[in-house]
Design a protein around this ligand. Structure first.
Ligand code: IMP
Length: 421
């Protein structure tokens, strides 16, 4: 049995949760491999709402082991809140496992994130201010603290050194400094509670592979936010692409099975940066209202536009996608006419090459094909063949251009409004 993977194809907010919820119902193991509590996933079960940032949503299935892999950065306070949320709602966290190699986020990381963002002035990245970047910095600088050392109280010396160095920086910029003794007292208490969940997850997952267990790797963030392949510097500090599965779990490439790329039938983006297929006009406004494209936490309106198959092809290449999960097909079908970007025109030539270089991408113009909309209510449809002709034509063309089959089609807001192809 191989591990299947669900990833975001563009900038996040593609609706990974819906596919993950569906696939994790039959998974023996649900695994997070990158990022931290910069991600967000809400889920409603039997009328109860849960909001998770760290814990894989598979934890809500009694028979699924939820694993926080070594590639994740863990804020102990946030994790304890999520464990409490589970217990308060009659679930327990006995199926939770945390990698001994995952790195710990401390309050100085969160403050460093704010300091760095403040210094960027009008060139802000717009980070989530959760300390994600600074924790990965310490990991690569080799002064980070790993969960195994944390829960076994082998971190005092390193923590004191880190606080000394960081306090000097904070003093320089007039920020609050931290007291090592106080932090040790507070965090030792967290370590005691978390100890029971910390294990060697590499060994655990390999045992699972040997026993033919079903593993689902839940992506956070998305391809264009990847530290290497995204639109740097407007990216996160980890690898939310398929390579991150290997480095963030210890599962070797040959054990990876299906890699599903999640996308919407149109596109959206939060924040600055080039966006070739953006419709900064009535069409964009219409898509935003129909798809309710507003930030989940901030309610910030998202920029909206047509689906860009050049960018999707890039996600296909980087991740070796084996299947697509396309959400909001019902939403795009409410328009009379739909456009699909099937290539770019650059320096008078047609190209399918995506670039994350801002100057290069500015030279590109989208080439559109037009499709008929008005799909009607498709929310009850369970077979792709039963979709209206206009919807079929649109979906067929996407597959034809990017040469990857569509495996899931989102047909409405409800969790069960989905065609499994
Ligand atoms: P950071 O991950 O907090 O460092 O933020 C870096 C960039 O990634 C910012 O533009 C964030 O808005 C974006 N980002 C981080 N996590 C997510 C996510 O889960 N969905 C969408 N965008 C994200």
């Amino acid at each position: 049995m191989k591990a299947d993977v669900v990833l975001g194809s563009f900038y996040g907010d593609e609706g990974k949760g819906k596919i993950i919820d569906y696939l994790s119902q039959t998974a023996d193991f649900a695994v997070r491999f990158s990022g931290g509590n910069n991600a967000g996933h809400s889920i409603e079960i039997n009328g109860k709402k849960f909001a998770f940032h760290l814990v894989p949503s598979g934890i809500l299935n009694k028979n699924t082991i939820a694993v926080i892999g070594n590639g994740v950065v863990v804020d102990p306070k946030v994790l304890l809140e999520e464990i409490k949320q589970l217990k308060d709602n009659g679930y327990d966290a006995k199926n939770l496992r945390i990698s001994d190699k995952a790195h710990v986020i401390f309050p100085y990381h969160v403050q460093m994130d704010k300091l760095q963002e403040g210094l960027r002035g009008n060139q802000k990245i717009g980070t989530t201010n959760r300390g994600i970047g600074p924790t990965y910095c310490d990991k690569y600088e080799r002064c980070g603290i790993r969960m195994g050392d944390f829960v076994n109280k082998r971190y005092e010396e390193q923590l004191r050194r880190n606080i000394e160095v960081k306090n000097n920086i904070f003093k320089t910029y007039g920020y609050e400094t931290f007291d090592a003794d106080k932090m040790l007292e507070e965090y030792n208490a967290y370590a005691d509670i978390l100890k029971e969940y910390v294990v060697d997850t590499v060994a655990l997952l390999h045992e699972a592979i040997e026993q033919d267990k079903k593993i689902l790797c839940e992506g956070a963030q998305a391809t264009l936010l990847d530290i290497d392949f995204g639109s740097y510097p407007f990216v996160t500090s980890s690898s939310p692409t398929v390579g991150g599965v290997c480095t963030g779990t210890g599962i070797g490439a040959k054990y990876i099975g299906e890699v599903y790329g999640v996308l919407k039938a149109y596109s959206s983006k939060v924040g600055e940066g080039p966006y070739i297929t953006e419709q900064d006009n009535e069409i964009g406004d219409q898509i935003r209202e129909l798809g309710y494209e507003y930030g989940t936490t901030t309610k910030r309106p998202r920029r909206c536009g047509w689906l860009d198959l050049v960018a999707l092809r890039y996600a296909v290449m980087i991740n070796g996608l084996t299947g697509l999960a396309i959400n909001h097909v019902d939403t795009i079908g409410k328009l009379d006419k739909i456009k699909l970007c099937v290539g770019y025109k650059k320096d008078g030539k047609v190209t399918m090459q995506y670039s994350t270089d801002i100057e290069e991408i500015a030279k590109c113009e989208p080439i559109y094909e037009e499709f008929e909309g008005n799909f009607g209510d498709i929310s009850h449809i369970k077979n792709r063949e039963d979709l209206p002709e206009n919807a079929k034509k649109y979906l067929n063309r996407i597959e034809e251009v990017v040469k990857v089959p569509i495996k899931f089609i989102g047909t409405g807001a409800g969790r069960d409004c989905m065609i499994v192809c």
